[in-house]
Design a protein around this ligand. Structure first.
Ligand code: PDD
Length: 282
């Protein structure tokens, strides 16, 4: 079960894969990406990830690319790696060209794919919940496009780890709760779920959408609306959701416990619902 990389179709072990130094992803962060998880050898919400990638590419005016070739490249590498519980990373950069801010005429997009084993989160973290810190959202104003420009996310995540926490939550200048460094966020108050609406300020998470689908099915009330940091502290439950994060309870924000401090009943229900979807029983 080898962990593999593919660079424009050339397959190697990950540590042997290289890209040209004038790849615009490398020099300008001019690339978009997806992370797709598999459960029992089955990719979860693969088509939704491909659709979002297409949207990101369009938003950055990349040369159009046939979806079938991307789909085939991902499936080919995933099957070759034979890793049942994998994280598939798919990155498309605008292309390779002599360094110049302007990109001018269309160039051939470069496709990088890796397949790695998912490192599962400790059961204790899932049961007791994660501590998070809040950080000012200093990212650009198109966080709905999934680009590889992740320095603010990386710095916020490191700040959280340095503070002994698991993750950081981006808060706008106005005190609005946005999302985690690689996940979306839900709060639960009096049985009602609240999450940031889809605006350019957050990523339209695939897991967020799956969670909303489960809520609809289970007749849970959800409000997609702006809410404030104070609402977070007053919540009964808070959880993060994302492809690798899955549904993860938040036990404390900036050292203040949320609800009873452990995984809440609704969070647990949604985690179970997500896993059922993932393994094909939901
Ligand atoms: N990140 N918000 C941000 C900023 C993210 O980077 C991600 C995903 C999400 C959740 O989206 P999804 O449910 O589609 O995974 C929300 C990926 C996993 C990453 O950067 O590794």
């Amino acid at each position: 079960m080898p962990e593999l990389a593919s660079v424009n179709g050339v397959v190697t072990p990950i540590e042997e894969a290289t890209v040209p130094i004038e790849d615009r992803g490398y020099q300008f962060g001019d690339a978009v990406y997806e992370v797709i998880a598999s459960y029992g050898g089955r990719l979860l919400a693969f088509e939704a990830h491909l659709q979002r990638l297409t949207r990101s590419m369009k938003a950055l005016a990349f040369a159009p690319m046939p979806l079938d070739s991307l789909r085939g490249a991902v499936v080919g590498l995933f099957e070759r790696a034979e890793i049942a519980r994998a994280a598939v990373y798919l990155q498309v950069s605008r292309g390779v060209a002599p360094r110049n801010h302007a990109y001018g005429a269309a160039m051939d997009p470069q496709i990088v794919i890796t397949v790695r084993e998912v490192v599962e989160k400790p059961a204790e973290l899932r049961e007791r919940g994660a501590a998070v810190i809040t950080v000012p959202d200093e990212r650009w104003q198109r966080c709905d496009i999934k680009t590889v420009q992740l320095v603010p996310n990386a710095m916020a995540k490191q700040k959280a780890l340095d503070a002994g926490a698991f993750d950081a939550i981006f808060i706008s200048r106005e005190g609005e709760v946005r999302e985690g460094t690689s996940s979306n966020l839900f709060a639960v108050r009096d049985g009602c779920l609240i999450t940031h609406p889809l605006t350019p300020n957050i990523l339209p998470g695939i897991t967020r959408r799956l969670v909303l689908d489960i809520c609809r099915r289970e007749r849970l009330t959800v409000e997609e609306r702006i809410f404030l940091e104070d609402d977070l502290f007053a919540a009964d439950e808070v959880f993060l959701c994302g492809t690798i994060t899955e549904v993860l309870p938040v036990a404390a924000v900036d050292g203040q416990p949320i609800g009873d401090g452990g995984a809440g009943a609704i969070t647990k229900r949604l985690y179970d619902g997500l896993l059922a979807l993932a393994v094909g029983t939901g």
